[in-house]
Design a protein around this ligand. Structure first.
Ligand code: FAD
Length: 317
């Protein structure tokens, strides 16, 4: 079922989760072990992230060095199919511009369509590790909106090969990313919103946000979106802070602020478990407020730590 149908049919805020494919070498049981406890909460769908390859420098036998591409977390499409088959729950693969040519994208979409996957979260993807900027593949897309337009074309039965007339139409429901505190590379908050509106005008049916720890930022974002004519559902992306290190790691990576009260409480906590409890309690309060605000869905980034998500959702369901 499409994400938009889930939302329209809901009588109360839905729960959904995002998971990462396991590191190469692990099998599907690691996904089931991660998800099994969370299925108690009857999530409406599960997002599966996509990870492009990284370039590493490898020493050759003759002592010289070579650049080698490696993918540490492959398997997004297979995991989505496995989740749908194993749990009977919708899975939402993330699709990205990075590392994909347009024909690669078309083939991937055809695979997803054949598998009966009706949803995609359409993203640009991060820059390659250690690269200063995002660079598209030759013959690929530079921005999420361009990828979105390709999915839209396929939904209309239009393929890259002009010889295919009246091609089979896919039926993907497309979501996109939004940034309550502005995307890291955006020229300004207003400019970022302008591009977000362009994605919605190009066919995005809902927005899923970057994580945030200050609900006021989310409330302002929703208001600002409405003010410029964005009327699709906006789904808050949520994650508990669970280590002191995250206080310095997360803000520069995701361009987010951590409220002083939260940072102080985390800093003053005496043990790792006390830190975790502070982060979990903070997110529980965030969720309660977001529910009162009327969000359609609470979407949790599990990031390989299902027990943290479990402890939050248990208290708010
Ligand atoms: P875009 O919408 O293309 O925006 C990128 C930047 O360009 C922004 O600063 C925007 O303001 C600007 N911009 C947009 N359109 C234009 C235009 N036409 N002309 C000029 N400027 C423009 N990354 C992964 O690699 N894999 C994942 O699975 C993944 N999942 C994610 C899930 C969520 C919910 C979120 C919020 C992020 C996720 N990311 C993932 C990270 C995401 O790929 C990065 O944040 C990336 O840097 C931007 O992606 P985007 O889709 O927002 O890009």
């Amino acid at each position: 079922m499409k994400i938009t149908e889930h939302i329209h049919q809901a009588k109360k805020p839905l729960i959904s989760f995002e998971i990462l494919p396991p590191l190469k070498g692990k099998d599907i049981s690691s996904i089931y072990n991660h998800l099994d406890p969370l299925m108690e909460f009857k999530p409406s769908w599960i997002n599966v992230t996509y990870h492009r390859s990284e370039t590493i420098i490898k020493k050759k036998e003759d002592g010289s060095f070579e650049k080698v591409p490696i993918r540490k977390r492959p398997g997004t499409v297979g995991i989505c199919a496995a989740i749908m088959n194993h749990y009977g729950v919708d899975a939402v693969p993330h699709i990205i511009c990075g590392g994909f040519t347009k024909p690669d994208t078309e083939d991937a979409l055809i695979d997803l369509n054949f598998l009966g996957i009706q949803n995609v979260l359409v993203l640009r993807g991060d820059a390659e590790k250690h690269a200063p900027n995002f660079e598209p593949e030759k013959g690929g897309h530079r921005y999420a909106i361009d990828l979105l337009k390709q999915v839209s074309q396929l939904n209309n039965g239009i393929y890259l090969d002009e010889n295919i007339r009246d091609g089979g139409k896919s039926n993907f429901c497309m979501g996109v990313a939004g940034y309550p505190e502005m995307h890291l590379e955006a020229v300004s908050y207003e400019n970022d919103l302008k591009w977000l509106k362009a994605k919605v005008d190009a066919g995005a049916e809902y927005i899923m946000t970057q994580m945030f720890f200050d609900n006021q930022k989310f409330f302002s974002f929703v208001k600002d979106c409405k003010a410029i004519g964005i009327h699709v559902p906006i789904i808050p992306g949520l994650k508990p802070l669970t280590t002191q290190k995250q206080l310095s790691i997360l803000p520069p990576i995701f361009n987010i602020d951590i409220p002083n009260d939260l940072a102080t409480a985390i800093t003053q906590a005496k043990t790792d478990e006390a830190v975790r409890q502070v982060g979990i309690e903070w997110l529980i309060q965030q969720c309660k407020e977001l529910k009162e605000f009327g969000v359609p869905v609470l979407h949790f980034y599990t990031m390989g730590k299902a027990h943290n998500t479990y402890d939050v959702v248990k208290q708010i369901i």
